[in-house]
Structure formats: C-alpha cells, structure tokens
Design a protein around this ligand. Structure first.
Ligand code: FMN
Length: 399
C-alpha cells in the first residue's frame, strides 16, 4: 500500500520525502535565454511544492530552442554555454533550500524552435517535410550534426552537475526532437537514425548513453537521471507511434541504462488507449525494468486524484496544481491536506509568485485551463525581472 507521504529512495540512493514531483513547466521568464530575477523568485517559492521539482525545459544546443514563444521577448532557458551556469545555479540553490531535490529538464525542440528562426538561427529536424502548422524553413540534420546534438546533451548534463542540480530529466516527450526521431510521422530517414522502429529508437538511446557516461564520470553517486515520454503520438490519420512501440522503447531504455525514473507526460493520468482496458501507466509500467520508478503527470489536481494515481505509479507528478499552491508537499507532510489551494484568487495568487510570462499565458491558453484563471487577467502590467549575468551582477532590463 503506497501513501503520498512515503519516503522514496531512488536506485542510486537519493531520497525524496513524499511521492510527489513538480512537473517541468516553462515559465517564459528568461531573457536572452538566461535566468531572470522572476525565474528565481518563482522557483524559490516552490522549494516545498513537491519532493522533487523538475525545472522547466532547458535547451542543450544553440538551435535547440527557444521554441514557439508565448511572447516574443519572454524566453525559455538554455544551458549550451558556460555563461548559463550562474543563473541556473541560483535556481538549484533556491529549490534545495528546504531539502527538495532539484532536477533540470534537458531538451532540444527540433522543429518547434520557432523563436530561434525569428532571431536568425536554423530550425533542425530529422526529416525535411511539410508540416501544415510550420511556416519557417527547416534544416534536415546531417549524421554529424545529430552526433553533435548527442554530445550537447552530455555537455549540458555536465553543466547541470556543476550547477548543483540533484539530477536531470531527458525530455523525450511532447513532440520535441527526441520524440521527432522516434516518430514514424516525422522521421523518414534511412541511415542509423531511422528506417524502422529499432533505428528510430537510436537517437533516444545515444542521448541516454552519452548522458549516462557523463554522469558516471562527473556526478555524485546518487545523481538522479529520468526520461520523459509521451505514451502515444496519434493525431487522426497521422500516427507517429503507438503505446505498443513506446512499451518497446521504455523496455530498451530501462534495460540498457540505469534510469532512476521514467516520467509519462499526459493530460489525463487515467486515460486508456482505444485498444486496451488498461491505462497508459499500467501498460508502460509493465515494461519499465525495476528498480527504475514510474511517474505520471496529467490532471492530478486534488489529493483524491493523487491517491488514485498512486495506484498505478510510484510518484505523482503535479503540474498546474503547483502553480496555484506552491506548498503542496509541505501541506501533505504536515497533515494540512484540506488547506491545499485549488484555484487562483487574490489569496493564492499573492503567494504563488507566478512569473509575468505565466500570468500572461495562462488566461489565454484554454488548453491549460485552471480554476480561477480569469482572475489573472485582472493583474496589472507585466514586467520582466532583472537578468542575472554570468558574473553574478544583475542588469535591470524591464520591458
Ligand atoms: C505552463 C506549462 C508549461 C509546461 N512546460 C513544460 C515543459 O517545459 N516541459 C514538459 O515536459 N512539459 C511541460 N508542460 C506539461 C506539464 O509538465 C504537465 O505534463 C501537464 O501540465 C499536465 O499535468 P497537470 O495536469 O498536472 O498540469 C507544461 C505545462 C504547463 C501548464
């Protein structure tokens, strides 16, 4: 019988003191891809939100992002140069101050790097093809370029270790580059990186191999490594892959590498595919090799849902719930379950320290609906915080 307040020990020895994680969520609070004061404030406020906090998607390569931006001057974060280390170190410190584990999500957005195109960069894909929603040129990666991105994931891991993060999560979900390689819809290559299911797995495998090698060489023994996956990619007629194929991928990844956890990205943790009466967590869970743990995100917004989701996984991943109440884990641990805030209103927003980018995004993103979100519309002018530069000084750059 699992309880939310159980301590969890990962296979390499790290412990978290509830069965909760904060899902990675873009805050769009970066400036020139660097951490700003509002990024730090947001994460500092979430040092008790969950046993471990997975920091938003951070680009490992110069052309790995920023992706489609919600506001053109509010960016995502990057880790492809040493100059990013100082700001990211501040996030790790802020998150760890109350004993939480801090994990950094490493990503390359591939075809979604729309903002990189806007600022003069190249947008990279496994295969050049027409995507109806993309109106900028795409560059098909050469074999050498693919290997360079594999190396970039390794260098980013090394920097994350230098920043003091307790772990990293490889972002293999949500239609970004790793998923694009795994998807038969987006990957039409006939080299090492595509052609059949085995070869479509190769990019995920090589990225994992490189990350694990860097972790073995440079990280503390208990460093946490996770992998995020979307269980299926099916959009009407376009089938990237089914859960049958993602079962094979998680089997291969967790059979070949010592992952601490696999993290399923969904919008409904209880969802089932059309051809099974079991849910995705159950189906993929069967193929995740022990002692790798399983975690799922998607609509886990109340204590009842956390308890229900725990029937299927080891750790529940809380996304939007932690935007409303950044103290969920603290309240679970201290028996204050009834005090968990469930909607945006004057009281919850005051303590939530949302970034200006989130305040602007959330009321305009029906896909991410949250109770009380309309209240955010009433908040006054949005301002960016100060940029933390690599030497620790701050530049005031409000817009
Ligand atoms: C504002 C916002 C930003 C997000 N950014 C990321 C991200 O950086 N990386 C990622 O893997 N998922 C991202 N997601 C998806 C969440 O991690 C999570 O899977 C999703 O919100 C469903 O969980 P929830 O119902 O608990 O919010 C984002 C979601 C939201 C709401």
């Amino acid at each position: 019988m699992k309880n939310l307040t159980d301590q969890v020990t990962f296979r390499h020895g790290s412990k978290i003191d509830t069965r909760t994680a904060q899902s990675p969520m873009l805050t769009n609070s970066g400036l020139n891809e660097k951490v700003t004061q509002s990024t730090i404030e947001y994460y500092s406020t979430r040092s008790q939100s969950a046993g471990m906090v997975i920091v938003e998607y951070t680009n490992v390569s110069p052309n790995g992002g920023p992706s489609r931006s919600w506001a053109k001057d509010r960016e995502q974060l990057a880790i492809y140069k040493d100059t990013f280390i100082d700001g990211l170190t501040k996030i790790a410190q802020a998150l760890k101050k109350d004993g939480n584990k801090a994990i950094l999500q490493l990503a390359h957005s591939g075809r979604e790097a729309a903002y990189r195109y806007t600022i003069g960069g190249q947008v990279e894909v496994p295969s050049k093809m027409d995507f109806p929603w993309i109106d900028y040129p795409l560059h098909e990666l050469t074999d050498d370029e693919v290997w360079q991105i594999v190396k970039d994931f390794g260098s980013a891991t090394k920097r994350a270790i230098q920043c003091g993060f307790d772990g990293i999560e490889i972002h293999g979900a949500n239609h970004y580059l790793i998923q694009q390689f795994f998807s038969a819809f987006s990957n039409h290559r006939s080299d090492h990186w595509g052609g059949n299911l085995e070869k479509r797995m190769n990019f995920a495998i090589e990225v994992s191999r490189e990350v694990m090698k860097v972790v073995a060489d440079y990280a503390p023994k208990n460093f946490i490594v996770g992998y995020r996956i979307s269980p299926e990619e099916i959009h009407g007629e376009n089938v990237g892959y089914t859960w049958h194929e993602s079962q094979k991928l998680v089997k291969k990844l967790t059979g070949s590498f010592d992952f601490d956890y696999v993290h399923l990205s969904t919008m409904n943790y209880a969802a089932k595919p059309t051809d099974s009466d079991q849910n995705y967590a159950q189906l993929l869970g069967k193929e995740i090799k022990s002692p790798t743990l399983e975690m799922i995100a998607g609509g886990i917004h109340t204590v009842e849902k956390m308890k229900d989701a725990l029937k299927y996984v080891d750790i529940v991943s809380l996304g939007r719930a932690t935007l409303i109440d950044p103290q969920i884990a603290y309240k679970l641990k201290t028996g204050l379950n009834k005090d968990i805030l469930l909607k945006f209103n004057e009281q919850s927003v005051k303590n939530a320290h949302l970034t200006p980018g989130l305040i602007e995004l959330l009321p305009n993103a029906p896909y991410f609906y949250m109770p009380g979100v309309e209240y955010l519309k009433t908040l006054s002018t949005v301002k960016l915080g100060d940029v933390v530069t690599h030497d620790g000084a701050t530049n005031s750059k409000n817009n």
